[in-house]
Design a protein around this ligand. Structure first.
Ligand SMILES: Nc1ncnc2c1ncn2[C@@H]1O[C@H](COP(=O)(O)OP(=O)(O)OP(=O)(O)O)[C@@H](O)[C@H]1O
Ligand SMILES: [Mg+2]
Length: 147
């Protein structure tokens, strides 16, 4: 299997200066992540996880607003071919809650699954993990690839 995102090896850090750069990175990831990928986004509140997701899902061809699915937990977005699935597990107490909602099957039929706050699911899905954090000046974000 070819290595995912060869320009962003595990351990790499990138500084993202402003929302447009955050979304542009998402768009780049969208062109390179193969169908069926589960992408984990971790990082503190407001670190830019949903912003990156907006860039990704828009670049995959969804024509509409991508927002945080905190209350729905899971939000599917129709794409020209299939769907993207966005999960915000912030309020999930136990992974079983997501499995009862059909997580395995939903991942299987999705072009891409993006999971914010999905630390409890890492072992089951060996997809890439990107950690985002606020930079000291708060006008930029730091992204690190963890896996
Ligand atoms: N690279 C960046 N530089 C500066 N501001 C950014 C950057 N990326 C995102 N932001 C801003 O940070 C704010 C929070 O972003 P976002 O909602 O994506 O965070 P989040 O990690 O999803 O937060 P939560 O944990 O609450 O879901 C937004 O106002 C967004 O415009
Ligand atoms: Mg979010």
């Amino acid at each position: 299997m070819t290595e995912l995102l060869p320009w962003l090896p595990v351990g790499t850090r990138l500084t993202l200066r402003g929302l447009p750069e955050q979304r542009a990175l998402g768009a780049r990831l969208a062109t390179e992540l193969p169908s069926g990928t589960v992408l984990f986004l971790e990082g503190e509140l407001g670190a830019g996880k949903t912003s990156l997701t907006q860039g990704l899902i828009t670049a995959l061809g969804f024509d509409g607003t991508v927002s945080s699915p905190t209350y729905a937990l899971m939000q599917p977005y129709p794409l020209p071919e299939g769907q993207a699935l966005h999960i915000d597990a912030y309020r999930v107490q136990h992974p079983a809650e997501l499995y009862e909602m059909g997580l395995d099957e939903l991942i299987e039929v999705s072009r891409l699954t993006i999971i914010e706050w999905g630390e409890a699911l890492y072992e089951d899905y060996p997809g890439p993990i990107l950690r985002l954090s606020h930079q000291v000046d708060s006008e930029t974000r730091l992204l690190e690839r963890l896996r």
